[in-house]
Design a protein around this ligand. Structure first.
Ligand code: ATP
Ligand code: ATP
Ligand code: MG
Ligand code: MG
Ligand code: MG
Ligand code: MG
Length: 270
């Protein structure tokens, strides 16, 4: 075949940069929706948290974990998701561009593919895009701190957005007025506004909004009934068989404290 033969053009391949990820490091790919401020408005997302959008993001992330190799854990909030590849992964010889592009394109195509399952009558008006970046973390502590950073970001933004949209939707403030009202307020002040003006205890807001979504692999024992035919019998018999499958499971728990990592030590073990 012509394509197999070396041509005089072959030398151009040497212009490709080596982007092999450092061995033994956790490889994190984070993606983020492009201009989702506008996208969420145009598609009438419920503010501050649209469940359809959050569940669609998680469906796409589950698809990425199932389709691609070696992802140990993922964490998502708002229009972003982070995927952590095992530190020993040899996938695509650890080439950064392969990791990043496969994650982002698989996610983006899934977002369009599964859109109608979550948004029903709400038409997709234009093709959404996602950016991606890759960061290497050399220690388990660095990785835990990275994930803590994203979850802390989720908390800070969600507390702000929850008060902001209450002021707009319930008190009739304009977005500029709501922004001015919240200028310089601390977390305690925001909790107080929610409680005294809107009778909302922030701690009772849904965990998915406050903590984001953690995706991990879990062993699931599935009990199935199987029809088998024994050699000497003519009738088929139903027997119960237990299969162990690994499934991607969403959790909305704290990952900043030690408890999560003590409960799931296998995530950091390999
Ligand atoms: P960029 O292209 O720089 O990422 P952006 O507009 O996407 O710009 P982000 O900082 O990523 O900015 O913020 C994402 C925005 O998308 C949020 O501010 C919020 O308005 C909106 N958004 C994302 N997910 C949801 C959701 N589930 N419900 C409501 N709004 C959402
Ligand atoms: P990889 O994931 O490594 O890229 P691949 O199967 O995509 O694996 P490629 O070298 O990219 O391997 O080759 C793409 C293959 O897709 C071709 O070998 C061919 O079989 C098929 N293909 C792509 N475009 C067409 C097309 N227009 N018509 C028929 N076959 C096509
Ligand atoms: Mg961004
Ligand atoms: Mg964005
Ligand atoms: Mg974002
Ligand atoms: Mg190909």
């Amino acid at each position: 075949r012509l394509s197999m033969a070396k041509s005089k053009f072959e030398y151009v391949r040497d212009f490709e940069a080596d982007d092999t990820c450092l061995p033994n490091c956790w490889i994190v790919v984070r993606l983020d929706g492009r201009n989702f401020h506008r996208f969420s408005e145009q598609h009438e997302f419920k503010k501050p948290n649209d469940d359809r959008a959050l569940h669609l993001m998680t469906k796409c992330a589950q698809t990425v974990m199932q389709e691609l190799e070696d992802i140990a854990i993922a964490y998502g909030q708002s229009d972003e998701y982070s995927f952590v590849f095992k530190k020993k992964s040899r996938w695509f010889k650890r080439r950064a561009s392969k990791f990043m592009t496969h994650v982002v394109s698989q996610f983006a195509s899934s977002y369009v593919f599964y859109w109608k399952d979550y948004f029903k009558d709400q038409q997709l008006l234009y093709p959404p895009g996602f950016d991606g970046r890759i960061v290497l973390y050399p220690s388990n502590q660095n990785l835990k701190d990275y994930l803590s950073w994203r979850q802390a970001d989720c908390h800070i933004n969600n507390l702000y957005n929850t008060v902001f949209w209450m002021l707009v939707q319930r008190s009739g403030l304009t977005p500029v007025q709501a922004q001015d009202r919240l200028q310089g307020t601390l977390a305690g002040d925001k909790n107080e506004i929610l409680f005294s003006e809107f009778n909302i205890n922030y701690n009772n807001e849904p965990l998915m909004y406050r903590k984001g979504t953690v995706l991990i692999w879990q062993k699931i024992n599935e009990v199935m009934t199987k029809k088998i035919k024994l050699p000497k019998e003519t009738e088929e018999k139903e027997v119960e068989v237990t299969r162990t499958r690994t499934k991607v499971v969403p959790l909305h728990c704290d990952i900043i404290g030690d408890q999560f990592w003590e409960e799931y030590p296998e995530i950091l073990a390999e």
